[in-house]
Design a binder for this molecule. Structure first.
Ligand code: FPP
Length: 254
């Protein structure tokens, strides 16, 4: 981190507690270099390393990365296999290093669709880092915001049916506790690389009041400086949470 940036972000002021990222553009990055798409994904994994490190240094509490959506299963089988293999290898390679940096790893998504090898790798990484107190790195794999709401609703309905909860008494925080990010704060900042301006069924509930930041940079080209730029933009936004600008005044700034 440069001195100037350390000064800007060193105290943690203006730094979002929770950053969520849609990492888009691996395929186009590869195509522009006449390389196969898998080369783009491999370069994307390098960008993940850089951004995790930078976010940790900036004092971000939670970083959630959209690695593979519920809809990505519809990609050609070969690309799905390449991505799954990359996840296994990256977890295998990086878990120890992340553990040494006090990072807690958590995975959200439909685990039953993942291979047993990947599931075991995820469980091992989560167990190894469970007691860490630094940044929480959330990997969303086989994840969809709607899937999350459906799995939560199923469990809420079952608990109501079995008398474990009173439907009339259900509050927002109760619903949140059934969602995959249970216990973690809502996202403050969503970054999407690759030029598209959509949420693509990523976190739905937790993006309710997030600031949205879309950049044309393709994910493999995204680095620490781009993350710091996004945080600077965030710090300049006025977050009103439904109130008026006068009500939040200067304290409303991130
Ligand atoms: C979107 O780019 C990217 C993905 C579907 C995969 C994301 C995976 C990584 C960044 C690799 C490593 C991740 C981890 C957590 C180890 P795209 O393929 O849709 O790109 P395009 O829009 O240019 O085709």
């Amino acid at each position: 981190m440069s001195d100037e940036t350390a000064e800007r972000h060193g105290s943690g002021k203006g730094v979002p507690r929770h950053i969520a990222i849609v990492m888009d553009g691996n395929g186009r990055w590869a195509r522009a270099r006449l390389m196969p798409r898998q080369a783009g994904h491999r370069a994307g994994a390098e960008a993940v390393r850089r951004v995790v490190e930078a976010a940790g240094q900036m004092g971000v509490e939670v970083l959630t990365l959209f690695a593979f959506s519920s809809e990505n299963w519809a990609r050609p089988q070969e690309e799905v296999s390449v991505l799954m293999e990359l996840f296994v290898r990256t977890l295998e390679k990086e878990s120890i290093r992340l553990h040494e940096h006090n990072v807690r790893i958590r995975m959200i998504g439909e685990r039953t669709r993942l291979s047993s090898r990947l599931r075991e790798q995820i469980e091992a990484a989560e167990a190894l880092t469970a007691d860490n107190t630094g940044m929480t790195l959330v990997i969303a794999a086989s994840f969809g915001g709607r899937w999350d709401i459906v799995q939560a609703t199923r469990r809420i309905a079952a608990d109501a049916r079995d008398g474990r909860l009173d439907p009339e008494a259900l509050q927002e925080q109760d619903v949140a506790s059934y969602l995959s990010l249970n216990g973690l704060p809502d996202a403050d900042l969503l970054i999407r690389t690759g030029g598209e301006k959509r949420i693509s069924n990523f976190l739905l509930w937790h993006l309710a009041y997030a600031e949205l930041h879309f950049v044309d940079t393709l994910w493999p080209d995204f680095g620490a400086e781009d993350l710091r730029d996004a945080v600077d933009v965030f710090a300049g936004r006025e977050r009103r949470f439904g109130r008026t600008g006068d009500q939040v005044g200067r304290f409303g700034r991130a």
